[in-house]
Ligand binder design. Structure first.
Ligand code: ATP
Ligand code: MG
Length: 480
């Protein structure tokens, strides 16, 4: 029982044997004069004195309900209850379908009986103002309510299409879906950015990527993919990093990075096709047109980009990571690849472009020489070290300045793997569980990890990655 004010008490009722007979999209003029049961929450109310218009929302949209204050007591009672209920209250309505030319479905519902299932006792704090004035933190505090908003409903319906079409596409290309452990003993990339956890009496970590497991699985299943969380203790607050993100990880046997780039091209094209097919309504609501893409996406080599960038940014050296910000001047606002990254910027499992490039070279030769003397000296050094520049069979898929995916051909030769680990200062022993499978014929393989939220951000022009996930986790946020 809820006392809304001095005189108004509203009783919440049980569902009992009431069940919805129609979702909003199933209601049409063929049911005129039938009595149906609809359920949902009040999305809006218009009070015209003795007539009340209510939009009852369910997962597919709104149904118009109209109640008049006249006639018998029962109608008056329904009128009073609905008039007093706040938006977002959950109700069930048993009512007659009647013709209404002005409604988008050409019908509306006149209630004969209602059940108040859950009263909204408060006015939603952020729904009464223009949403653009509300900080995302305020919205996240009440995320489930926030997710009822049209904007996010559209995004998450498209997200669902993206996930389904990824599965469709990969399965039809002979991949199987796998799941790998999220509690692990050692870091995949051997770096920081891990979340330590207690694992019984040992220290363990949340997996920052399924990398080594998906590589191992190519040995048994050849082509595998996983859609699952990755955990990264990102120290900075940005609009494109989450501490827990969904990664679409793909790994394929007997191919190299060119083949998986082609696969990724086709995957992106397929997803866009499917969204256009299934989500035109949502795209219209978001006032978005998806890009008309042409595959293969352009491929720029890391070295060519660095050459271009050096014209305006003299401090950039071959071997540095490329900051997205400075890329702005030279890339368009669409998909493209940066390929052939310096081996030194990539994790130990990434294959050098030419084995002979590294076999026989002295230790540390995989890193570019850096000096701090004058620019002309440095240029000189750069030229000298050009022959030492070791490139990897790797790529990043970008959208404008946003990185969407990283991929590469992986090393499948144990000796080179060991050598690479040594150069990167990694402890072999900690990776023994992984290295030992390389004694048993791991096939050549290549793959990539595509960030789901990043991809959604790019396609749907979302400013903040937090709106591409249900309950974002970041350095400041562990609830809700
Ligand atoms: P960045 O340099 O943008 O932080 P990264 O190179 O560290 O990304 P990778 O290890 O290459 O990321 O991971 C593969 C993909 O997973 C990235 O291209 C990105 O789409 C996604 N990803 C990685 N880290 C995050 C994160 N913290 N939040 C959201 N997505 C992420
Ligand atoms: Mg990357």
């Amino acid at each position: 029982m809820y006392r809304l004010d001095e005189d108004t008490i509203i009783n919440e009722q049980d569902l009992e044997n009431w069940r919805r007979t129609h979702y909003s999209f199933q209601i049409n003029p063929s049911q005129i004069n039938q009595t149906i049961i609809i359920m949902g929450w009040i999305s809006s109310k218009r009070d015209h004195g003795n007539v009340l218009f209510i939009q009852l929302r369910d997962k597919f949209g709104d149904t118009q309900v109209v109640v008049k204050k006249k006639g018998n007591n029962l109608e008056n009672e329904i009128f009073d209850v609905l008039k007093n209920l706040k938006e977002h209250s959950s109700i069930g309505i048993k009512g007659k379908v009647v013709e209404q030319k002005k409604s988008s479905t050409s019908v509306e519902i006149v209630p004969e009986e209602i059940k108040v299932l859950s009263v909204s006792t408060k006015s939603a704090p952020f729904l009464t103002q223009a949403i653009s004035n509300i900080g995302i933190d305020t919205r996240l505090e009440l995320r489930a309510l926030d997710l009822r908003r049209d904007y996010l409903q559209n995004i998450f319906k498209i997200r669902f299409t993206i996930l389904n079409s990824i599965r469709e596409f990969l399965i039809s290309n002979y991949f199987i879906e796998v799941h790998t452990p999220k509690m692990i003993a050692t870091a995949t990339e051997g770096g920081a950015a891990l979340f330590p956890i207690f694992y019984y009496d040992k220290e363990a970590f949340l997996a920052q990527s399924p990398q080594l497991y998906k590589e191992q699985l190519t040995m048994a299943f050849e082509n595998v993919f996983e859609i699952a969380p990755i955990f990264r203790a990102e120290p900075s607050r940005t609009n494109r990093h989450l501490s827990e993100a969904i990664s679409i990880d793909v790994e394929k046997a007997f191919v190299n990075y060119h083949d998986v780039m082609k696969l990724l091209d086709e995957l992106v094209a397929y997803i866009i096709l499917k969204i256009k097919e299934k989500n035109q309504t949502e795209l219209n609501n978001l006032e978005l047109e998806l890009p008309d893409i042409q595959i293969p996406f352009p491929r720029y080599s890391y070295s060519e980009l660095v050459d271009k960038l050096q014209k305006n940014h003299k401090y950039i050296r071959w071997g540095d990571d490329i900051s997205p910000k400075i890329l702005k001047d030279i890339v368009g606002d669409s998909f493209y690849y940066i390929v052939d990254w310096p081996l030194s910027t990539k994790p130990f499992y990434v294959k050098p472009k030419n084995y002979s490039d590294i076999i026989g070279l002295p230790p540390n030769s995989t890193t570019t020489t850096t000096t701090t003397t004058t620019i002309s000296n440095e240029n000189q050094k750069d030229k000298e070290s050009e022959s030492n520049r070791i490139v990897s069979e790797s790529f990043d898929l970008m959208y404008g300045t946003l990185e969407l995916s990283s991929g590469s051909t992986r090393l499948n030769n144990k000796n080179i793997l060991l050598d690479n680990m040594k150069k990167k200062g990694l402890n072999h022993a900690a990776f023994d569980y992984h290295l030992r499978v390389f004694d048993y014929g791991v096939p050549p393989h290549a793959g990539f990890g595509l960030g789901l939220e990043r991809f959604i951000m790019a396609l749907l022009k979302i400013e903040n990655i937090r709106d591409a996930t249900f309950y974002p986790r970041d350095i400041d946020r562990l609830t809700p």
